[in-house]
Design a protein around this ligand. Structure first.
Ligand SMILES: NC(=O)c1ccc[n+]([C@@H]2O[C@H](COP(=O)([O-])OP(=O)(O)OC[C@H]3O[C@@H](n4cnc5c(N)ncnc54)[C@H](OP(=O)(O)O)[C@@H]3O)[C@@H](O)[C@H]2O)c1
Length: 362
């Protein structure tokens, strides 16, 4: 018998889960699902881009990846949904731990059909405004829930705080911060002792950036997080409303990763000049996301004063600084690790548990 299918029994309480994506985040979630904290989470399906495995009576999380690799069948979302239906568990959840636009495009359909969605994938909630509006309509139609804690700050309570303040009648006046762990790490270390290109190479070797660092340096991922936060705060911004000033010069935007890495030092002089100019005025450079009163949204490199909370960041920490009507004299600041598989998986688990308990997302 397949070890992944030897699950003792199924319960009708808790949540039944089909997990899409068994990469860095998906694998970390499977490790968490094997712990007592997840005893009410019943894994009935697991999939990567090519294969899937269903087990109506439950899959053993610790063996699910191996079993998928050995005995996985062709991908078919309908069969995963059928496994959720057949589980007998009332709350059925599809977890998206992919970066796939195609998977994200199915979120609204699943939500409208009665499946909750818990996502680390920002493509739906942080994409075009019409797609985000479709998600909201689907949630209402299907009476379902959309767990998105992992999409911003890897589970730091940024979204939950924005929603809580809004529910209490507070109004977001401005928002700024550092929403990318890799860009935080790069600029926290960019002090003139090493060229920027050397820092990018080290960050890539440490796994802090994407395999193609341009995906981090372009700022698009930060813009998606800003959109998700702004919408949660009641500011329905579209993609074009966010001005994104990425760091990759036009000459380095095309071509493969090896070529980009070879030519990376072409970025050094301009960034070092800017750094020195900022330093001479007592400031530092940080890659900031900003939303101002009036709706102006911008993502890009900025000078901040040494007294700004972003100037004191360490490691790859994220920072969210919220100015609201009731937090006006001094902003409410949330800071901490905003990336990493374990904290991201924990954010997914937190949303799963909240759905199982019928409670609010923390
Ligand atoms: N890593 C972090 O610290 C972090 C933090 C916050 C949020 N996130 C977000 O979490 C998501 C996953 O990140 P990751 O680092 O785990 O990525 P990853 O290691 O590249 O894993 C992606 C997984 O998605 C699978 N996949 C792709 N298309 C699929 C499809 N159509 N159906 C089912 N599975 C599919 C891939 O399968 P194959 O292996 O077959 O291609 C792979 O297993 C991304 O949206 C990322 O932005 C990551």
């Amino acid at each position: 018998m397949n070890a992944a299918l030897r699950f003792p029994r199924m319960e009708t309480r808790g949540v039944a889960v089909a997990l899409l994506g068994t990469g860095v985040v998906g694998a970390a979630l499977l490790r968490l699902l094997a712990t007592p904290a997840a005893s009410d989470v019943h894994l009935v399906g697991v999939a990567d881009s090519r294969r899937q495995l269903c087990g109506v009576r439950g899959l053993v999380p610790a063996h699910a990846r191996d079993a998928l690799a050995r005995t996985g069948a062709a991908r078919d979302d309908a069969l995963l949904c059928r496994a959720l239906d057949a589980s007998g568990v009332a709350e059925r959840v599809i977890v998206d731990a992919t970066a796939s636009e195609q998977v994200a495009a199915s979120h609204a359909r699943w939500l409208a059909s009665g499946y909750h969605v818990v996502s680390a994938n920002k493509a739906a909630a942080g994409g075009g405004l019409s797609a985000w509006r479709a998600l909201q309509r689907a949630i209402a139609l299907g009476r379902t829930r959309y767990g998105d804690a992992a999409t911003v700050g890897a589970g730091l309570p940024a979204l939950a705080t924005v929603r809580r303040l809004r529910a209490c009648g507070d109004r977001l006046v401005a928002l700024d911060g550092v929403f990318s762990g890799s860009l935080s790490w790069l600029f926290n270390r960019f002090d003139g002792s090493r060229p920027f290109s050397a820092l990018v190479r080290e960050a890539r070797e440490r796994g802090l950036t994407e395999p193609d660092p341009r995906h981090d340096l372009a700022g698009a991922d930060v813009a998606r997080k800003l959109l998700i936060l702004a919408r949660a705060a009641g500011w329905p911004l579209d993609v074009d409303d966010v001005e994104v000033e990425g760091l990759v010069p036009p000459a380095l935007q095309a071509g493969g990763v090896p070529t980009f890495l070879d030519r990376l030092s072409e970025m050094d002089d301009a960034l070092e000049d800017w750094r020195r100019y900022a330093e001479a005025r007592g400031n530092v450079l940080r890659f900031l996301a900003r939303l101002d009163d009036g709706g102006a949204a911008r993502v890009g490199l900025a000078e901040v004063a040494a007294t700004h909370p972003a100037a004191r960041l360490v490691g790859a920490d994220n920072l969210f600084s919220l100015t609201t009507e009731r937090y006006r004299t001094s902003p409410l600041v949330i800071q901490g690790p905003g990336a990493g598989p374990d904290v991201t998986a924990q954010a997914l688990l937190g949303d799963l548990l909240a759905i199982g308990q019928g409670s609010g997302f923390a």
